[in-house]
Write a protein that binds this ligand. Structure first.
Ligand code: ADP
Ligand code: MG
Length: 403
């Protein structure tokens, strides 16, 4: 039983490896009686109050090191160990700067860490079937610098319970966005794009969640390679190019898109190799056409996934099972992407809304999710959504480091 309000900070650094998102929330001791739908344009929810959020880019060299370490087939173990401690320091800097900015002090921190490898599905390794995941960023360092306990390493406990260890954010989606009358699709576009589908009037068991495919990751990589810029700011380049439909159709034939959820993707699926193959399909096209095409790939893979996997499982009255999509993540800032997505959704009878409209700024959403999950762990309550991860049971997620 929770006896007092708690100030909890969530720290997220996603597969884009762009940097660190920090969100500070107050979690009430007793949840206020909730209308099922969070008040529009309010920062106060029955489950938390957002006190502040901030975003910090990784220094250029750190981003390069993180990207190089992800899925590397060869890397120095010493550098990996150092990177773990370095990220602990950078997370601490980010949390302390955010606390100063908003004049609050966290009593608890939830830190996702930086994923270096994720393989949700078990495969034979040295004669034994093993699934594996690895988030780095030393929580003991973070706890010591911030002076508060830190919950980290959320994914392994779900995998130990038979799940894929991802996605975890559906816990927040379900808590915040379920509605007795409106079926909702929560779409986050980070490095990878992931969808949480919550039919109207559903229980946690009805939640469907999975990765739809690449989010910004391939757009970033192609933009970097062809234009020497880390990402396509506001989608300007994509807006000036032409989509190569044949390439999009060809890529959508890949087995990942045809696999039934639950499924997760990462740099294993849409990393360097994939980018090479994608550019090969584009051939000698205009550079901006390649960026427009990778943007369209993200959008169409989302629409395709909704058509194939979400709508058919959205309840008996299929046509009306989902009415709106709530968008979050860095991809929400890509104007060309959002325009394409609005068009695709219209053909599915879906309205596009931003998570910001619900008092949850799109860039802060995942950081808030890890704050809320850390709070659950602190009280020894489970926070995985078994229908989303494929786990056989509910699990208390994470490990706790004390300052
Ligand atoms: N103004 C912008 N215009 C276009 N894309 C943006 C903008 N701001 C952020 N992004 C995209 O969002 C990505 C970061 O999104 P984020 O949600 O942090 O992903 P992740 O969780 O994988 O780190 C960037 O790499 C970039 O591709
Ligand atoms: Mg990020």
């Amino acid at each position: 039983m929770t006896t007092k309000d708690m100030i909890v900070t969530g720290v997220m650094s996603g597969t884009s490896a762009d940097g660190i998102n920090v969100a500070i929330v107050r979690v009430p001791a007793v949840k206020r009686a909730a209308s099922a739908q969070p008040a529009r344009s309010s920062r106060s929810h029955p489950h938390f109050e957002l006190l502040g959020h901030a975003e910090y880019s990784y220094p250029k060299r750190v981003r390069a090191a993180v990207l190089a370490a992800m899925n590397a087939s060869q890397i120095s173990v010493a550098d990996l160990a150092r990177l773990n401690f370095l990220l602990g320091e950078l997370y601490a800097d980010a949390v302390l700067a955010t606390e100063r900015k908003f004049q609050v002090k966290a009593e608890l921190v939830g830190c996702h860490g930086q994923t270096l490898y994720h393989q949700g599905e078990a495969q034979i390794f040295l004669g034994r079937k093993i699934a594996a995941t690895w988030q780095t960023g030393e929580a003991a360092i973070l706890a010591a610098r911030v002076g508060a306990p830190v919950v980290s390493d959320f994914r392994p406990a779900d995998m130990a319970a038979g799940g894929q260890g991802a996605p975890l954010v559906p816990f927040l989606d379900y808590v915040l966005f379920r509605d007795p009358r409106i079926g909702r699709l929560m779409q986050n576009i980070g490095g990878i794009a992931n969808l949480t589908a919550i039919p109207a009037d559903s229980t946690a068991n009805d939640v469907i969640a999975f990765d739809t495919g690449p989010g910004n990751m391939v757009i970033d990589a192609v933009t970097e390679k062809l234009f020497g810029q880390p990402f396509d700011r506001n989608g300007k380049i994509a807006a000036s190019g032409r989509v190569l439909d044949k390439v999009v159709q060809k890529i959508l034939q890949r087995s990942f898109f045809r696999r039934t959820p639950p499924k997760t993707a990462g740099r294993e699926e849409f990393g360097r190799e994939f980018v090479r193959e994608f550019l090969g399909h584009c051939g000698p096209c205009k550079k901006q056409d390649a960026v427009a095409t990778t943007t369209a790939l993200t959008v169409r893979s989302i629409a395709d996934a909704i058509r194939r996997y979400a709508i058919p499982r959205g309840g008996s009255n299929r046509k009306r099972s989902f009415q709106e999509m709530i968008l979050s993540g860095g991809g929400a800032k890509n104007i060309a992407l959002v325009a394409m997505l609005t068009g695709e959704l219209a053909t599915l009878g879906l309205r596009l809304r931003l998570s910001d409209e619900f008092g949850l700024p799109s860039a802060a959403k995942e950081a808030v999710a890890f704050a809320i999950m850390a709070h659950e762990t602190w009280h020894r309550r489970p926070s995985n959504v078994p229908s989303a991860t494929g786990a056989k049971r509910a699990a208390v997620l994470g490990k706790i480091s004390y300052p």
